[in-house]
Design a protein around this ligand. Structure first.
Ligand SMILES: [Cu+2]
Length: 143
């Protein structure tokens, strides 16, 4: 919340203010952080230990979602997505209805990965493989 307040205050200085937190490739500089360019997650693959909270930060000016692919996560884990939906279908419906689950410039979404395995996720508006757009990533959890 502090970050959002800061951005609202500085207004036009957003890009410059954020520049210190992101490298030239759009990767956030902090540990356990995933940034977003206009059409990709950076880094696309992140490896963390069980119990790690990862912060997904929209470092771009485009709206994105962080949405698990249905069942593309360890069996013991639950579906996860920005907006807190229970299924991929629910997340897609919410986005299509009113951009539900959307992360806008500077917004953050946190999720704690408890179980070992691979968690695959995507951005609903920018995952359209038919059109050559596949904004997706994965979190690898291993101890
Ligand atoms: Cu996106």
């Amino acid at each position: 919340m502090e970050r959002r307040t800061f951005i609202a205050t500085v207004g036009g200085g957003v890009t410059a203010a954020l520049a210190g937190c992101v490298d030239v490739g759009g990767n956030p500089m902090g540990d356990n952080e995933v940034g977003m360019t206009i059409d990709s997650f950076r880094p696309e693959q992140l490896t963390v230990e069980p119990g790690t909270t990862v912060t997904f930060i929209n470092t771009s000016s485009h709206a994105h979602t962080v949405t698990a692919f249905q069942d593309a996560y360890p069996e013991e884990a639950e579906f996860w997505a920005s907006g807190g939906f229970d299924t991929e279908e629910e997340a897609r419906n919410a986005w299509n209805r009113n951009n539900g689950g959307g992360l806008f410039q500077g917004d953050e979404y946190e999720y704690t990965f408890e179980h070992e395995g691979i968690y695959q996720y995507f951005c609903i508006p920018h995952y359209v493989p038919d059109q050559g757009t596949a904004m997706e990533g994965q979190i690898v959890v291993e101890s």
